[in-house]
Design a protein around this ligand. Structure first.
Ligand SMILES: [Ca+2]
Length: 129
């Protein structure tokens, strides 16, 4: 009775699973972010620090990619080094939304609290806000 349609449904499910696999693979690109306590940003594109003046736990990105914090660094950033040739937009929201801060290329922000943006960052993306 529903042989033909049942098959079509199965194919649709397989396509959905394959699409999920592709998106899963692209998510792996966010492995370009690593974490350190060394304070060093040498060779990196973008470093985001837990404390003022580039101290404390640090997320270190190589290459220009969007990123969403899901762990310890979510809502903890207090200083930023942007060594990229890209402008970056940092967001309070986890989905590149909410209050935002634009950081020009080659810029250092030693005290995000002085501009009202301490302990807020949950995501960022290369490009203007
Ligand atoms: Ca936030």
């Amino acid at each position: 009775m529903f042989g033909k349609f049942g098959k079509a449904k199965q194919v649709a499910l397989v396509v959905a699973a394959a699409t999920a696999a592709v998106f899963g693979a692209s998510t792996q690109a966010s492995a370009v972010v690593t974490y350190t306590n060394s304070g060093s940003c040498t060779g990196a594109t973008l470093c985001v620090y837990e404390h003022n003046n580039f101290q404390g736990y640090t997320s270190v990105q190589v290459g220009d990619h969007p990123f969403v914090y899901t762990g310890y660094m979510d809502n903890r950033a207090s200083s930023i080094v942007n060594q990229s040739s890209q402008i970056y937009c940092f967001y309070d929201g986890a989905n590149y939304d909410g209050a935002h801060l634009q950081v020009g290329f080659g810029k250092l922000y030693p005290d995000l609290g002085s501009i009202g943006f301490a302990d807020k960052i949950s995501s960022y993306c290369p490009g203007k806000c």
